[in-house]
Design a protein around this ligand. Structure first.
Ligand code: AMP
Length: 550
């Protein structure tokens, strides 16, 4: 029997639909961007006119469907205009990570063969080392509120964003797009080797946006005012720019003040933010600022946190300040939303915190499995067995730009995340480690993440990272690098930390050494850079009695 065809329309899923919504459904909604002085304010309605002008300007500059348009910019309204104009005209938005080393930026721009580059005035200096090394870039466009580009940037003539827009009409004839076309690309943060280009399609972005909006996921609504502190150059700012557009949220942008807790709190307070989003480091700083200043943010109902595991101490501190955290997991290759930690119906209140500290439930639309590293066999969801997370779904990468790392996809088409996790019978995912960071001691595995979180719960400790160092007898042993809180600098001892851990982790997990440092090195997206720690770590002192086994 021939299959019967469905009789639904072949409506192409694309960013143009989100653009249509902000224009027709939410034209009065505001976008507020922090500026050097005060705030810049605009509305979706006015922004749509500028998006049309921007597409006109890009066309005039020779940008064609499929061309890559790079941005080196903070979270601000101009960046949002690019988020809409570039994909909607069929070109590919390539957000550059402004915290990368120049050689990585150079590699990425050349690998993507970007044609046009938009740069915020405050970031021009980052491009200086690239002068003469990025031949695919034909035009650089400066985004400034008036200040000129630094005189000696060496990059030749730059066009001015506002001047380009003024010369265009505000009724661009948007082309018909296919949903499988590339809409945007974003490179992985390159903690191992060169960064790799993840290419999102219009279809994947559209479905991801719908996924983000679900009530059991991030659950944004038209009533929300959202402050994304997660950078627009990192994994599409967790999909928030399009999710806010689709839902009709008011949006607040911190521009270059992302790391400044005072500015963030003021913006949230003055503009009535209801949802904040950022990595744990942001919340460590925010909690400290709130405690010291006595300020509170009573209108905020959700603080989305992802990018690395939330330490229990941070969630407790934020809860104590009336800021309820929502933990989510994902990666650049998963668009990024993969799982969200909302306690299931019927969870005993005393178990709620533990449930919220897991990486949560895989979101509808994405399938997950955990597989044994050696045999590749799928492991049970018993809360004990742990293996690599593999995922598949409509917003999961099936490869990288230029075909790097084809082994990331299993033979049967699942994406290998490199994260190691166990899954409880109820479906809660608990990340144990990265495959590369898990510590193998005497043939048994130690989770560096769990140890770190246990150490960071110590009242005198601000941050801690744990790595495995070579040990002649045990293969590897854990060594902790701990940063004391400023007021306890020089006043906390290894013995104190190890004693604190004794009733929290198995005896053989106790670190052999605790080394005190001023700061944990971070990657370009603010995660602990264990590669740097490993490269600079002195070997384990064999003469000293191991702290953990003393
Ligand atoms: P990136 O592609 O730079 O966003 O990095 C993705 C990686 O960050 C994941 O593969 C995880 O290792 C880590 N990660 C993201 N979110 C979480 C989370 N909630 N808990 C633990 N690790 C996370």
């Amino acid at each position: 029997m021939p299959a019967v065809e469905g009789l639904m329309q072949d409506y192409e899923l694309s960013i143009q639909h989100v653009l249509w919504r902000i224009e027709r459904m939410h034209p009065k909604k505001e976008i507020v961007t922090k500026r050097e002085q005060g705030y810049h304010r605009t509305t979706n309605g006015d922004m749509v006119l500028r998006i049309n002008q921007l597409a006109g300007a890009l066309k005039r500059l020779g940008v064609k469907p499929g061309d890559r348009v790079a941005t080196l910019a903070w979270n601000n309204y101009r960046h949002l205009e690019l988020y809409y104009a570039v994909p909607s005209m069929g070109a590919v938005l390539h957000t550059l990570n402004l915290r990368l080393f120049p050689q990585h930026l150079e590699f990425i721009i050349n690998d993507a063969e970007d044609k046009v580059l938009f740069v915020d005035q405050t970031l021009v200096a980052l491009l200086k080392p690239l002068a003469g090394k990025i031949p695919s870039i034909k035009t650089i466009i400066l985004m400034t509120d008036g200040a000129p580009a630094p005189a000696d940037h060496g990059l030749g003539e730059m066009l001015d964003y506002e001047t380009l827009l003024k010369a265009e009409n505000d009724d661009y004839a948007w082309p018909k797009l296919s949903e499988r076309m590339a809409a945007a690309m974003c490179y992985t943060s390159g903690t191992t080797g060169n960064p790799k280009g993840v290419v999102y399609s219009h279809r994947s972005q559209f479905i991801h946006t719908m996924g983000v909006l679900q009530a059991d996921n991030l659950g944004l609504t038209e009533k929300d005012t959202v402050l994304p502190i997660v950078p627009m150059f990192h994994a599409n700012s967790w999909g928030l720019p399009y999710a806010c557009g689709m839902a009709g949220c008011k949006v607040l942008f911190p521009d270059r003040f992302m790391g400044d807790a005072k500015s963030i709190v003021e913006l949230a307070e003055q503009e009535d933010a209801t949802i904040l989003a950022g990595v744990p480091t942001i919340w460590i700083n925010t909690a400290t600022f709130l405690k010291e200043s006595g300020k509170r943010l009573p209108k905020v109902h959700t603080v989305i946190c992802g990018g690395s595991a939330i330490p229990r101490s941070v969630m407790e501190a934020m809860d104590g300040l009336g800021l309820r955290m929502l933990h989510a997991w994902g990666m650049t290759e998963t668009s990024p939303l993969g799982s969200v930690a909302r306690p299931r119906a019927g969870t005993d209140p005393k178990d709620e915190l533990n449930a919220r500290l897991t990486q949560g439930m895989i979101v509808p639309g994405v399938e997950i499995r955990i597989c044994d590293a050696a045999s590749g066999e799928e492991l049970p969801w018993d809360g004990v067995a742990f293996g690599e997370i593999q995922v598949r779904g409509p917003w999961i990468a099936r490869g990288y730009h230029n075909g790097y790392d084809p082994d990331k996809l299993t033979e049967d088409g699942w994406f290998r995340t490199g994260d190691v996790a166990k899954i409880s019978p109820e479906g809660y995912i608990q990340i144990v480690d990265r495959t590369k960071d898990v510590i193998k001691s005497g043939g048994e595995w130690i989770s560096s993440v769990e140890l770190e979180n246990a150490i960071m719960a110590h009242p005198k400790i601000l941050e801690a990272a744990v790595i495995g160092l070579v040990h002649p007898k045990w293969d590897e042993r854990p060594v902790a690098f701990a940063v004391p809180r400023p007021e306890f600098k020089g006043q906390v001892t290894q013995a104190e930390i190890v004693d604190f851990l004794r009733d929290k982790v198995a005896k053989w997990w106790l670190p052999d050494e605790v080394r005190f440092i001023d700061e944990v090195p971070k990657t370009s997206v603010g995660k602990f850079d264990k590669k740097v720690l490993r490269a600079n770590a002195a070997p384990i002192k064999e003469s000293a009695a191991p702290a953990g086994r003393a």
